[in-house]
Design a protein. Structure first.
Length: 258
């Protein structure tokens, strides 16, 4: 990699680590009775106290510091006075800025006792993301990423959301290229050393169709089926990849031991 890429990677590690540490920290709070607003407040303070800033806050008018997407919310759920109930599934999406660079990551959480179907959906979403990450190296094409995710998810009987995608990320929150979570092998842009982007599949238990609510942000499944998402920020090295947002505690997918 070039010298400027090495410097970028150093800063991406800092931002990614703070984002993942924030999710590690909030894990113990995810229980029936807490509001998504309280989750937002706790995470905002943690990021600020650790030298970062929450990228979503005021981004294009968004008024919270993270996204909380519950049950049939696909993405961009807005924290509110909604209380978590036993059986809910929740995605928390964090983006921390450190020294102008972004670390963008999300995880699913199970609130109390959730259904077997919900657990299967969460597991399939995580495994699909990791399958795509594991093939990453220079020369792989973006369509290969989408193919890995789509083929795995559909074999499990679920569907991949088309309306939202991963994206390039560095000292800019969202930049090219778009990382589609469906696709065909050997299609699309060839990835190269120094590239940094997110992989963040959104997977529905029912059909992949979504709609955005009147608030202009909250995306939900049209058929009201459950939806799950995981996200990592990745850097492409000379011969593989680096995950900037891995959990220091090994919190990969629920259940988390805390």
């Amino acid at each position: 990699m070039k010298d400027n890429d090495l410097k970028k990677f150093q800063k991406m590690r800092l931002a990614g680590n703070l984002a993942s540490k924030t999710l590690d920290m909030i894990t113990g709070y995810i229980k029936p009775g807490i509001t998504t607003e309280k989750i937002d407040q706790i995470c905002y303070e943690f990021i600020k106290d650790n030298g970062g800033y929450s990228a979503p806050l005021y981004y294009r008018g968004f008024k919270k510091s993270l996204c909380t997407s519950l049950n049939h919310v696909v993405c961009h759920g807005i924290p509110s006075e909604r209380i978590l109930d036993d059986g809910d599934i929740l995605n928390i999406d964090i983006t921390a800025i450190v020294e102008d660079y972004h670390g963008d990551t999300s995880r699913m959480f199970c609130v109390g006792n959730v259904s077997v179907k919900a657990k299967n959906l969460i597991n399939a979403t995580y495994e699909a993301m990791m399958n795509a990450i594991k093939i990453l190296k220079p020369g792989v094409r973006l369509g290969d990423i989408g193919y890995e995710i789509q083929s795995y998810v559909e074999k499990k009987g679920f569907s991949v959301v088309r309306d939202f995608c991963g994206h390039g990320v560095s000292n800019v929150f969202h930049e090219p290229p778009n990382i589609l979570h469906y696709g065909k092998k050997n299609n699309g842009l060839e990835i190269k050393p120094g590239m940094t982007f997110t992989i963040e599949p959104m997977v529905n238990a029912g059909k992949y169709d979504v709609k955005v609510l009147n608030d202009g942000w909250t995306a939900v499944t049209k058929d009201k089926s459950l939806s799950a998402q995981f996200e990592h920020t990745i850097g492409i090295t000379d011969n593989g990849y680096e995950i900037f947002t891995e959990s220091d505690k090994g919190y990969n997918k629920p259940p988390y031991n805390n």
